[in-house]
Design a protein around this ligand. Structure first.
Ligand SMILES: Nc1ncnc2c1ncn2[C@@H]1O[C@H](COP(=O)(O)OP(=O)(O)OP(=O)(O)O)[C@@H](O)[C@H]1O
Length: 328
């Protein structure tokens, strides 16, 4: 397989079948070391399956994968210790206290710096002196996060990490991700929604029905997103403004948006780079200009709605299906 040494995770044509059900139809992933990579997709898209393959909890039906330069099937316990894994479904029904459970995990995952567990517990706000089974869902999730982070692994694989966490704890978790990245660690996380990953992930892949339907940086998504704009010009420039907007490629839905004293306003939808728009209207006597923050979530939901039946009819693409191609 064509791998680069700076990739923490590389997969090529990764396929996973559960009997007659194909969960992954040929996934290609490249996650650079030291990056935060988000995989988002609706229920059943294959996020958990992908992560379990990386951890060698599952074996692929076809395709190749490398994790930290190793083949998971051959990496054994030594490779496992270099990874911190938060499973999507945590089964922590044990009577033992949080501190004892984490001490047990530490024996398996390898050296944990003295004080590291307490520092993480303080940050996330969880009482390690309580029996784990008596903890709320969110507090169990915190125990799961501590066990993933405590040995400062090279790679963090986090399946729906913010599930059950309140907004303040989510903020703390985001800070932990930034620190992990600054520390040179790689993070691979999954979510149903973009909002959970867009603040932290540099790059995202959108997974649907076992196929990657989009791969992009969050910055590129933002650049390509549809924005609503409102332009206010001096009355004398009303006709020129209308003509400019009507003639600009990527601008649609131009409509009057209320007149003020000596001014005329237009609203429009901008489906192009903001730069070209701003330069075109700069010739006018601009009184005010509002460019709304794009709703990326709306864009992602549109991908969720994409009908993949046509792709399936055309036959499986062993290289993985990328609707608009990879963008970086
Ligand atoms: N052990 C299993 N046996 C049979 N089918 C399975 C098994 N695990 C997962 N699947 C199927 O594989 C597909 C992908 O499931 P997976 O759990 O990987 O998706 P997901 O994106 O993590 O979903 P969610 O967001 O709901 O957790 C689904 O169709 C699911 O039903």
């Amino acid at each position: 397989m064509d791998t680069t040494t700076d990739a923490a995770v590389t997969t090529r044509g990764l396929v996973k079948r559960y009997g007659a059900n194909t969960a992954l139809h040929g996934i290609d992933l490249d996650i650079p070391r030291g990056s935060v990579f988000g995989m988002i997709g609706p229920n059943g898209a294959g996020k958990t399956t992908t992560m379990r393959l990386l951890l060698d909890i599952l074996r692929p039906s076809a395709g190749e994968l490398r994790v930290l330069g190793e083949t998971p099937r051959l990496g054994g316990a030594a490779l496992r210790r270099r990874i911190g894994y938060l499973p999507g479904e945590l089964h922590l029904a044990t009577r033992v206290k949080g501190r004892e459970l984490l001490a047990h995990y530490a024996e398996i995952s390898g050296p944990v710096r003295p004080g590291a567990v307490d520092a993480l517990a303080d940050r996330l706000g969880v009482d390690l002196g309580r029996p784990v089974r008596s903890l709320s869902k969110g507090n169990k999730q915190k125990i799961g996060l501590i066990q993933a982070f405590m040995h400062e692994p090279e790679l963090l694989v986090l399946d729906e990490p913010t599930s059950g966490l309140d907004p303040l704890v989510q903020q703390e978790f985001h800070a932990m991700l930034h620190e992990a990245k600054a520390n040179g660690q790689t993070v691979f996380l999954s979510s149903h929604v973009l909002s959970e990953v867009q603040q932290t992930a540099h790059e995202i892949a959108i997974l649907k029905q076992g196929r990657i339907v989009e791969r992009s940086t969050v910055a590129a998504l933002r650049e390509d997103a549809v924005r609503h704009v409102r332009l206010v010009v001096a009355e004398a420039d009303a006709a020129a403004a209308r003509a400019t907007l009507d003639a600009l490629p990527g601008v649609s839905g131009v409509a009057p948006a209320g007149d003020g004293p000596g001014t005329v306003a237009f609203s429009a939808t901008l489906d192009a780079h903001v730069d070209a728009f701003v330069k075109a209207v700069a010739r006018l006597d601009v009184v005010d200009l509002t460019v709304e923050e794009p709703d990326l979530e709306e864009m992602v939901l549109a991908y969720y709605g994409t009908d993949l039946t046509a792709d399936a009819d055309a036959g499986d693409d062993a290289e993985g299906t990328t609707r608009k191609g990879a963008r970086r």
